[in-house]
Design a protein around this ligand. Structure first.
Ligand code: LLP
Length: 443
């Protein structure tokens, strides 16, 4: 693999001009100059296009963007404008979704261990429904109903269908040995249905399952959908959500199903299982991944004779932990020469204090790569910024959206001042702990 980066790994509006690769008609070299590196760049047109394709395939009100893949105020606004619902998995994601202008009735709340506070906020705001994950959560919803006078809430029950799929153990969720949901096995999910129906605090709205993530074969997504659809028929519920999971190509040569393929596969599967009602999906990665890329500056090139070459950039596992966590694989190219052959093999590493800080184990790069070059890793729009950390006290990168020749910062770069924002540098005898009651009330 020494050929140039292939267009199917780049955002839709990517094109090569005199200044190298441009996205949204803005050269990447110019973005790096203006906004610094590391930098997350999103093609706004690509994001919108993916939202539209998903809605075209599944129908309006049938697509909830899984905001965990990438969320900020601008992204929440964008997906809402494109007619998608938003799936949030914490009070924090709920807050950002609302802040981005998504009305509560366009938002669904997930989570295997929702706090009282998250439940209270969601029910008071009037979310579309809550995906209930456990009997303990039902206890909490009922207690809040009795104690705080919250109205009954619409719920979908998260089911563990006994079908797991996905590119890595850590992102396979639908099996019976899972922290998520009520098992279909042993009648647990049926008991959850009975409990919901008899509860004055909950209105049973449907069932839900998510089998896993980065799934490249629709047959696996369809198998999970069929299992949960059979259960939905038995339970006599109104709604069915079959989760997200559609994979994306991270490297040349990977083929991925389209939204239309996914829709055809799961529709056929749920029909075959006897389900004739509506269907909701929750794509995250497949909306955001290819729309985004990360720009880094090359700072060091170390050649170890007879061993390998290391190329060090100014970010690393703090802005992309996926290689370390899931053996995630990426490609790289130089925005100044996107059409160049890439015969040089090197390990692309970050600047963190550990050897596991690898972005690409065996990257293909142009032969004339040099220190101070701008380097890009495409397909980093999902679970990159979303999972970014301050490891080694690196400030998190900025995020820019580009469109029609214009770039706008949607998340500003963290500063070193931001790194001190939460530190409470109190003298040793100061009472650093709030009273116990305050902590309890905050739960
Ligand atoms: N719905 C539920 C209930 C989920 O748990 C997830 C992902 C999705 C939808 C969206 O799945 P997607 O369409 O993005 O595959 N950090 C990992 C991925 C974790 C996915 C967790 N749940 C990664 O970087 O690969």
């Amino acid at each position: 693999m020494s050929s140039a980066i292939t267009p199917d790994l780049l955002p839709l509006t990517a094109e090569t001009g005199p200044a190298g690769l441009a996205v949204g008609r803005v050269p990447l070299t110019e973005l790096a100059r203006r906004f610094g590196t590391p930098l997350f760049v999103y093609d706004e047109e690509h994001l919108r296009q993916r939202c539209r394709e998903a809605v075209a395939a599944f129908g309006r009100d049938s697509v909830a963007y899984a905001s965990k893949a990438f969320l900020c105020t601008a992204m929440a606004r964008l997906v809402h404008e494109e007619g998608l619902l938003l799936d949030v998995a914490s009070g924090g994601e709920l807050r950002v979704a609302l802040h981005g202008g998504a009305p509560a009735d366009r938002i669904v709340l997930h989570g295997n261990n929702k706090s009282d506070r998250e439940l209270r906020t969601a029910v008071s705001a009037g979310v579309r429904h809550i995906v209930v994950d456990s009997f303990d959560e039902m206890d909490r919803i009922e207690r809040l109903h009795w104690e705080s006078g919250l109205p009954p809430v619409r719920v979908r029950l998260r089911v563990a269908p006994g079908v797991a799929a996905g590119a890595h153990e850590a992102i396979r969720t639908g099996g019976s040995d899972s922290k998520f949901g009520f098992g279909l096995a042993g009648g647990v999910a049926s008991a959850a249905v009975r409990r919901t129906v008899s509860s004055p605090a909950m209105i049973l709205d449907g069932v839900h399952a998510h089998v896993g993530s980065q799934v490249l074969r629709t047959a696996e997504l369809a198998a999970g959908a069929a299992a949960v659809a059979r259960f939905a028929c038995e339970a006599g519920v109104r709604g069915l959500t079959v989760g997200g999971g559609l994979g994306v190509a991270y490297e040349a040569g990977q083929t991925v199903p389209s939204f239309a393929d996914w829709a055809a596969g799961v529709r056929a599967a749920v029909r075959g299982a006897g389900w004739s009602g509506g269907l909701t999906v929750e794509p995250g990665r497949s909306i955001a991944a290819r729309a985004g890329l990360t720009l880094y500056r090359v700072g060091t090139i170390k050649r170890i004779e007879g061993v390998r070459t290391y190329v060090g950039v100014d970010g690393g596992m703090s802005d992309n932990p996926r290689p370390a966590l899931y053996d995630g694989r990426y490609e790289a190219f130089l925005p100044r020469c996107p059409e160049a052959e890439r015969p040089l093999r090197a390990r692309l590493v970050g600047k963190h204090c550990e050897s596991g800080d690898v972005l690409i184990d065996d990257a293909a790069l142009p032969a004339d790569l040099r220190v101070s070059d701008l380097l890009a890793t495409p397909v980093t729009g999902a679970y990159g910024y979303a999972m970014a950390s301050n490891y080694n006290k690196l400030p998190r990168p900025a995020v820019v959206f580009v469109r029609d020749g214009r770039a706008r910062v949607v998340v500003r770069r963290e500063t070193e001042e931001d790194l001190l924002r939460l530190d409470a540098d109190l003298p040793p005898d100061a009472d650093a702990f709030p009273a116990a009651g305050t902590v309890a009330a905050e739960r």
